[in-house]
Design a binder for this molecule. Structure first.
Ligand code: SER
Length: 317
């Protein structure tokens, strides 16, 4: 089917939203992409939207002839632990409001991110399979588990085209993440470029799966563009980039900035990280729609440092 409607990005000011919106504009054209967020922006076509406001959401969808929705607005793991009820409301009611749009025939396709946070202590930690024990221990993870089941339910029951990825930790230089456990892997580069010591809230050898932003954006577009007969997972696809630790990221930064130092001061986020897998088996995504990550730890370090140094040089001028 030819793509004729507009694309609504909810949470367009966030870490992923900023970059995904640009990629969607490149693909569909400025006129066809409506970025939205609860906080203001001067982006073209931007609309302010609270995803909990159903009437406002429906009005925007109808006024702009939206056919595809990318729902990125969410509270992440660490912030969710500080306000579990708020995390439940934003993450669950937001998703249900958007799923209802497709059931009511107002939009044709939805993208919604799940996360490695659906897994827990009893899940196999290495090469975690697509189908395995799902036992989240954070409110964020619980909302992602419930969300995955809702996506599968709406797909099966109402024939809705809902697609989802279980993102590992995402790292990018464009926007700061907010409130996640994997966010150390973004902050560390900012501190390195600023010439500061990084105080890490996880222990040196905490191994977690990551995906660099360019790969995350490409995975999202590839999944959304895949013909529907190639999709076999209606909950959420496992996705993997590479696996690393604070100590390994430090060593890779030190290849470029030898004086960079890190101090380990684990806090409540250590327990969250300890409940997540070290690496993910994404074979199903590879088989179904040809997924393949391109960026590893050293490419990520080079790209993060180069871009953050460029930005710092512009600010100093
Ligand atoms: N990056 C997220 C977090 O750390 C996990 O999906 O909360």
């Amino acid at each position: 089917m030819a793509h004729t409607g507009r694309v609504l990005v909810i949470g367009a000011n966030g870490q992923l939203g900023v970059e995904l919106t640009d990629a969607l504009v490149d693909r569909y054209g400025q006129d066809r992409v409506i970025p939205s967020d609860i906080t203001a922006s001067d982006r073209e076509n931007f609309v302010t939207l609270d995803v909990l406001n159903v009437e406002q959401l429906k009005d925007i969808v109808k006024e702009n002839q939206v056919s595809d929705v990318y729902l990125l607005a969410a509270l992440l793991s660490a912030r969710g632990e500080q306000n579990p009820m708020w995390a439940w409301r934003i993450n669950m009611d937001g998703l249900l409001n958007v799923l209802e749009l497709v059931r009511e025939g107002l939009v044709r396709k939805i993208f919604w991110p799940s996360s490695i946070a659906v897994f827990g202590q009893t899940t196999p930690k290495v090469n975690t399979p697509q189908e395995t024990i799902i036992s989240p221990e954070t409110m964020y993870g619980i909302t992602k588990l419930a969300g995955e089941r809702l996506c599968a339910y709406y797909s099966k029951k109402f024939n809705a085209d809902v697609r989802s990825l279980r993102y590992p930790g995402l790292v990018g230089h464009r926007a700061l993440p907010g409130g996640g456990t994997t966010d150390y892997a973004v902050d560390i580069y900012h501190k390195a470029v600023a010439g500061e010591v990084y105080h890490c809230f996880l222990m040196a050898n905490t191994r977690l799966p990551f995906l660099y932003m360019s790969d995350a954006v490409r995975a999202t577009l590839e999944l959304m563009q895949a013909p529907s007969d190639q999709i076999t997972v209606y909950s959420s696809y496992n996705l993997m980039g590479f696996s690393t630790t604070p100590a390994e990221i430090t060593a890779s930064i030190q290849q470029h900035i030898p004086g960079f130092t890190i101090e380990y001061e684990p806090d409540f986020r250590q327990q969250i990280a300890d409940s997540w897998p070290e690496s993910i088996d994404d074979q199903q995504a590879r088989e179904d729609w040809g997924w393949q990550a391109k960026i590893g730890l050293n490419e990520m370090t080079w790209d993060m440092l180069t871009n953050l140094e460029k930005r710092q040089a512009t600010l100093v001028k």
